[in-house]
Design a protein around this ligand. Structure first.
Ligand code: FAD
Length: 337
């Protein structure tokens, strides 16, 4: 396989572009994967999968289908690049108030929630309740993307470069993350900037992901943790701020404790069109898009890449709810009202 006679060009090597490259490679199809080599949210992300999320303690959208597909995919990539990228962890969901705990505990036996629940556990001091959740973990996004880039580079399928949107678009699949959404190419965007800290905290619990206080704490190994995150909808840049750091330090103190050293501070922009529900499809002006992974790229990128590969190579269309053309029509219809 060599990218020089490639039929497909994938623009952007974040989670979307990398997963699509693997999906085409699995089918023995020639492609060129091009990335500008700077920025993007996949490098910043903690890569966490938390199966039951939010204030309402609801399973993520279609997780029962997408999670097994993602785990099979990451295991296969690990065997190709020779390194671990997926790290399974139980998730400890903490409730900060009696009201929040009532809401969570009322849902533990609901049929769509119960399969994810390991069980109620003793709440640490200062928390109203705690439940252990199964199926979680973290994708080491950098190991995944760097290992994949090296693999494709050796095959001659990877290039460093900045692809202007104006060039001939046939055969191009745009996987540019927030950069594409902020350029206004896909309709009204709802991107959200997030800041995260990398901490060293030798004494903290390394055995589970903690969720609570509006944030999360994810063990990275070697006494390091990632903690986040903020949500900011107006300043959509990748610049860390003092306010962002202060807010994330608050989350860290609540979830981990007062003793930590900040060793990294990064910001990125989550690519969002509607919640964290990704979209794929052809563009009216030519070419294809794969974007809008939102806050859950690790969970959805492999399954969406497989759907897009089937569409590109076999003409098999995915379910309408992930079809960008359907989304655009609905958005235009809503705007007309
Ligand atoms: C603070 C923060 C925390 C997060 N935490 C999590 C988490 O715990 N779990 C999770 O699943 N998700 C998380 N996310 C979300 C996750 O980062 C995204 O869902 C995912 O990374 C999006 O991947 P992508 O490939 O669409 O975009 P990106 O990762 O942004 O990749 C796009 C790539 O395309 C390149 N590019 C763009 N335009 C061009 C061009 N014209 N030419 C060449 N290259 C181009 C960019 O440089 C970039 O490398 C988080 C996001 C943020 C900001």
């Amino acid at each position: 396989m060599n990218g020089s006679d490639a039929k497909w060009t994938i623009v952007g090597q974040g989670l979307a572009g990398t997963c699509l490259a693997w999906a085409l490679w699995r089918r023995g199809v020639n492609f060129t994967l091009i990335d500008r080599g700077a920025g993007g949210s996949s490098r910043v992300a903690s890569g966490m999968v938390n199966p039951v999320t939010g204030k309402n303690f609801e399973p993520s959208w279609r997780i029962a289908e997408f999670l097994p597909e993602a785990l099979e995919f990451y295991a296969d990539v690990e065997s190709r690049i020779g390194g671990q990228v997926w790290h399974p962890f139980p998730v400890l969901r903490l409730a900060g108030s009696d009201k929040e705990w009532r809401k969570i505990s009322n849902k533990l036996t609901e049929p769509h929630v119960a399969p994810w629940v390991i069980g109620q556990v003793a709440a640490p001091a200062g928390w109203s309740g705690a439940v252990a959740v199964r199926g979680g973990g973290r994708l080491d996004t950098r190991a995944f993307m760097d290992g994949s880039r090296d693999f494709f580079q050796q095959l001659g399928c990877y290039q460093l470069g900045d692809v202007p949107f104006a060039q001939n678009r046939d055969g191009i699949v745009w996987c540019e993350g927030a950069a594409g959404l902020l350029a206004g190419r896909y309709g009204p965007q709802r991107c959200a900037k997030g800041e995260i800290l990398t901490l060293r905290a030798d004494g903290w619990d390394k055995s589970q992901i903690r969720i609570g206080a509006g944030g999360w704490l994810v063990p990275q190994g070697g006494g390091l943790f990632k903690v986040g995150s903020t949500y900011e909808w107006n300043e959509l840049d990748e610049i860390p701020t003092a306010q962002g750091r202060a807010r994330v330090e608050e989350i860290a103190s609540r979830l981990g404790g007062a003793e930590f050293e900040v060793v990294g501070h990064e910001a990125g922009v989550r690519p969002i069109l509607r919640r964290s529900e990704p979209l794929i499809g052809p563009l009216a002006e030519g070419g294809w898009m794969f974007n809008a992974l939102g806050s859950k790229g690790s969970l959805y990128a492999p399954g969406m890449a497989a759907r897009l590969a089937r569409w590109l190579l076999d003409g098999i269309e995915p379910e309408p709810e992930v079809d960008f053309r359907v989304f655009l029509q609905q958005t235009l219809a809503d705007e007309a009202f």
